[in-house]
Design a binder for this molecule. Structure first.
Ligand code: 5GP
Length: 143
């Protein structure tokens, strides 16, 4: 039995426009924005518009509907950040590292020789996030 979705989480507030974000992309199924404590430059989150806690409770149709957005944003992150590859992370419940209980996929650019920073560690400066968002949005606009 899964735990009920709680609509007062931070990502639900971002979806409702009650909190700001460095937005990358939005469609009917998903919203993408930069992680405020990036583990890598350009670390992007793609969250479902469906009110799901994580992978375990989202309706299969809502999950499949949002995956093209995950792929589209992943391609733009790789291109915009000139990454060599990407790590896609998705945590389910606290024991696995989930801290915000609204379904999201982490898209982490990777470069050889560049270590990931700690999960939810250091807050990035807004101007740095804004610069990275512009690079990724420029890549999206070309796609
Ligand atoms: P989780 O651990 O739930 O998979 O990941 C939650 C992520 O949300 C973390 O990587 C954390 O840095 C990020 N985060 C936490 N609060 C905020 C916020 O207010 N805005 C944004 N953009 N990201 C946040």
């Amino acid at each position: 039995m899964s735990i009920a979705y709680a609509p007062d989480n931070i990502f639900a507030k971002i979806l409702r426009g009650e909190l700001p974000c460095h937005k990358i992309y939005e469609d009917d199924t998903a919203l993408a924005f930069l992680d405020i404590m990036p583990r890598a430059d350009g670390h992007t989150l793609v969250i479902s518009k469906a009110p799901a806690r994580n992978l375990l409770d989202i309706a299969p149709a809502d999950l499949s509907a949002m995956m093209p957005a995950v792929q589209k944003v992943a391609r733009a992150v790789k291109e915009g950040m000139q990454a060599e590859g990407l790590l896609v992370d998705q945590f389910n419940e606290s024991v696995s590292g989930q801290t915000i209980f609204h379904l999201h996929f982490h898209i982490l650019p990777r470069w050889s020789g560049v270590e990931l920073r700690p999960h939810a560690g250091i807050m990035a400066k807004p101007e740095i996030l804004a610069a990275h968002a512009e690079k990724i949005k420029a890549a999206l606009a070309q796609s």
